[in-house]
Design a protein around this ligand. Structure first.
Ligand code: SAM
Length: 344
């Protein structure tokens, strides 16, 4: 197994069978070796600085009905909100003063947030904070819309493909959504020039090892600049409300494999990982992640952006908790980097 890990580190590529062997490996010594190799690669590329991104959850309204997601259209039990442009700018001001140089606007596919509104909001952030990167995570849009946002100043876009297997995609999403269209969006984003992020949830209902191998092979070939990977966590008011959460161990294993596959990729230690495991954030970093995304949303709205149960949004997971985050990172030998953290 160590031979496969060395091979991935040197050639950044394995066969499907080789990935499958690593994914099914349970040997503690091998898994420690995998993490250690991934960590070494991260340190060689980025040193011990962890990039911070200020996450602003702009709307929890969504036209989609993804079976796993707590803000799906069909969930009538949550209070919906959408932030005003001025509130988003206020969040950016607060974040800028704290040292953030990347703002991430994430939200459901809210029909009220028109392309024009998004374009103007991006332009307003860009005008006031020209030294900051703007990341969008607003779902599937037309190519023209992506182009407009890019011209207005957005630099990065996060759109997880969720699973690269057609049948599994259909199990997770309603009929009107398609994997083909999601992949088309990812292609557009890359062509336009965005630093593009994709990724998956680990442990969604029906996910098999073969599906994960398909995800690894897709990401190996697509070469995204950012890779978002976190465990699935059930939300009680969704069709998957009683399903078990994904495994922290498998998430960490995949994270390390992605690091060896793409040494310079920006890989967050996700909120879902921090939610599921007490030291999840640190574990992600020790497995090869180099980004964290503290929550910059207005405090009174955070509890309404409930993608899954018990989602962490306060303490070290919050922008105002940066000192706590810095302390946690220090205990494992890392520090916060306030650089923009672009892909190179
Ligand atoms: N609507 C945009 C989109 O689809 O990309 C952005 C918002 S969406 C809520 C952001 C991500 O949250 C999704 O890509 C998904 O992977 C993650 N997510 C949603 N429900 C989740 C759950 N129950 N557990 C873990 N992650 C979840």
């Amino acid at each position: 197994m160590k031979r496969l890990i060395d091979k991935l580190r040197h050639y950044h590529s394995l066969t499907g069978e080789e990935y499958a062997n690593l994914l099914s490996c349970q040997d503690t010594g091998t898994l420690l070796y995998l993490q250690q190799q991934a960590r070494e690669v991260t340190l060689a590329h980025f040193g011990n600085g962890i990039f911070i991104r200020g996450l602003i959850e702009v709307s929890n309204r969504c036209r989609n009905n993804c079976h796993y997601c707590g803000i799906r259209k069909g969930n009538t039990a949550i209070t919906r909100y959408a932030l005003k442009r001025e509130t988003i700018l206020e969040c950016c001001r607060e974040g800028y003063a704290l040292g953030f140089r990347t703002f991430v606007m994430q939200g459901g596919e809210d029909p009220a947030l028109t392309d024009e509104w998004i374009e103007k909001t991006v332009a307003a952030i860009h005008c006031e904070f020209p030294d900051c990167a703007i990341t969008l995570s607003l779902g599937e849009k037309s190519r023209e819309a992506y182009e407009r946002f890019f011209r207005a100043g957005a630099n990065r876009y996060l759109l997880r493909h969720e699973t690269h297997n057609e049948e599994h995609y259909r199990k997770l999403h309603p009929e009107e959504m398609s994997l083909k269209h999601r992949l088309q969006c990812l292609q557009w984003l890359k062509e336009i020039g965005y630093q593009t992020g994709t990724g998956i949830m680990v442990g969604t209902p029906g996910q098999t090892l073969t599906h994960l191998v398909e995800d690894l092979l897709f990401i190996e070939q697509f070469q995204p600049q950012m890779i978002g990977i976190g465990p699935f966590i059930p939300h009680h008011d969704t069709p998957f409300g009683t399903e078990p959460a994904g495994s922290v161990g498998m998430t960490l294993k995949l994270l390390s494999l992605f690091r060896l596959m793409h040494p310079s990729a920006l890989i967050p230690s996700t909120t879902a990982l921090a939610t599921l495991s007490p030291n999840g954030r640190e574990k992600g970093i020790l497995a090869g992640a180099n980004v964290v995304m503290p929550n910059l949303s207005p405090r009174e709205q955070r509890e309404k952006y409930t993608l899954y149960d018990n989602k962490a949004a306060f303490g070290a997971e919050a922008a105002e908790g940066l000192r706590a985050l810095a302390q946690q990172l220090e205990t494992i030998g890392y520090r916060i980097s306030t650089d923009r953290g672009d892909y190179h």
